[in-house]
Design a protein around this ligand. Structure first.
Ligand code: SF4
Length: 420
């Protein structure tokens, strides 16, 4: 059963970040207006590192960086392997296992769904380099568990860790459809497209259970409210009926995020997403029904998947994608520790090389908050990726046409179509 939560337990919801899109880190900075969460979170005991398993050092480590104990078991089906400290919690509760017995392993419990009575569902996005103004996210946290996910850091604002908590403690905004209706009924709302999945994937496994995304789409269709969507889950095909209706009114545009055709890599890097093959099926089935479909290559990681760019773009175009976007890996906040830990455990043979290539693409660091640069990187490798992207975009006819969602049909029930 889902666990009940009340809004009082949580800090104010923030403007979201999408994980795999060129999206902002626009959650509020804790301060007088946006107090950081003060409730301590119980941290699951970490495994005792074996004597021979000294944690690797972090190349380019900064003050405050520290690696966790190395678990004796790898948690299959999870991206992060530990819970890094929440930057905003003053206190932290750690359950120490004082008996020191041999079965002191990190547990891998089922995903928890935490029902939240949200105060709002549509968030304004302030970052200038993300290509969206508003977004809505029915779920916070994402069970897909992509190791590089930018949205992990946002989980800290909710009082949780960006690591395992992000993929195991999913906040469910059950009242999201009512909130959206109220929002759209407000006469002050001047229709512009809203990004559905601006921060986390709205078709993550929770959607099968709760169906909130479908209800949001129904509301958008009723109001003729246009939406942009992005997903890594073939579960979106369940809503084909609604999406086709919206497409006929030019109310929807969808990016399917594909990062690799290497199934071994996907299982490690994006453990609970659907396969690239299934994601291509999404592009094929929806584009065949007239839905505008695109492919998102996010993120490109030098030494891991950047060499697959051409193959992914070609395959997506062959299946009916007409537009594309990409991001270059950056490792801000807690993602730096999570990704480093994951990289060195899974790819010890090339981890150093990958890490240094990422550093070389962000002015000697792996994190990057510079607007305009952060999503693309800089330097030789990032430039090469950008050049390849431009070349293949042209070669496969992606982004060839100007296309916009239609905001002119927006209408409140019982009202008139907006006049321009
Ligand atoms: S699918 Fe989920 S975990 Fe993966 S990048 Fe998107 S929001 Fe993050």
């Amino acid at each position: 059963m889902p666990e009940k939560r009340t809004g009082r337990e949580l800090p104010a919801a923030s403007a979201p970040v999408h994980a795999s899109t060129p999206l902002p880190e626009s959650a509020p900075t804790p301060g007088p207006m946006n107090p950081a969460p003060s409730a301590p979170s119980a941290r699951i005991p970490t495994s005792r590192p074996a004597a021979s398993q000294a944690p690797p050092s972090i190349p380019g480590a900064e003050v405050g960086d520290s690696l966790p104990s190395v678990p004796l078991q790898y948690l299959k089906g999870r991206g992060a392997q530990f819970n890094p400290k929440n930057r905003f919690l003053k206190n932290e509760t750690v359950r120490e296992h004082i008996e020191s017995i041999d079965d002191w392993m990190i547990p891998n419990p089922e995903t928890q769904y935490l029902e939240e009575t949200a105060k709002g569902i549509v968030n304004k996005v302030d970052s200038p380099d993300v290509g969206m103004w508003y977004s809505m996210n029915p779920y916070q946290g994402c069970e897909h568990g992509c190791t590089y996910c930018y949205a992990r850091n946002v989980h800290e604002y909710w009082g949780y860790s960006a690591g395992l908590d992000f993929e195991r403690k999913i906040i469910v905004k059950k009242n999201a459809p009512e909130l959206l209706r109220k929002f759209l009924m407000n006469p002050k709302w001047e229709c512009v497209p809203i990004s559905l999945s601006g921060n986390t994937d709205c078709y993550q496994p929770a959607e099968k259970k709760f169906g909130i995304t479908r209800k949001l789409l129904e509301t958008c269709l009723e109001f003729n409210q246009p939406v942009g969507m992005i997903t890594k889950n073939a579960g979106i095909l369940r809503d084909k009926d609604l999406l086709v209706k919206m497409a006929k009114r030019r109310l929807v545009s969808i990016l399917v995020s594909i990062t690799s055709f290497d199934e071994d890599l996907r299982q490690l890097m994006e453990p609970r997403t659907t396969t690239a093959k299934q994601r291509l099926r999404v592009i094929r089935e929806l584009s065949a029904e007239g839905v505008r479909m695109g492919v998102m290559l996010g993120p490109m990681i030098p030494g891991l998947n950047e060499h697959e760019m051409q193959r992914i773009m070609k395959a997506a175009a062959d299946q009916g994608a007409t537009f594309s976007a990409y991001t270059f890996i950056r490792l801000n906040g807690a993602i730096k520790l999570i990704f480093h830990d994951w990289l060195y455990k899974n790819f010890p043979d090339r981890a150093d090389k990958v890490w240094h290539l990422i550093e070389a693409s962000h002015d000697g660091k792996v994190n990057d908050s510079r607007w305009g640069v952060r999503m693309r990187g800089e330097g030789n490798i990032a430039q090469l990726v950008a050049q390849q992207y431009a070349r293949y975009t042209q070669k496969y006819g992606l982004n060839a046409e100007e296309w916009e969602l239609d905001t002119t049909k927006f209408m409140r029930p019982g009202g008139q179509i907006r006049l321009f």
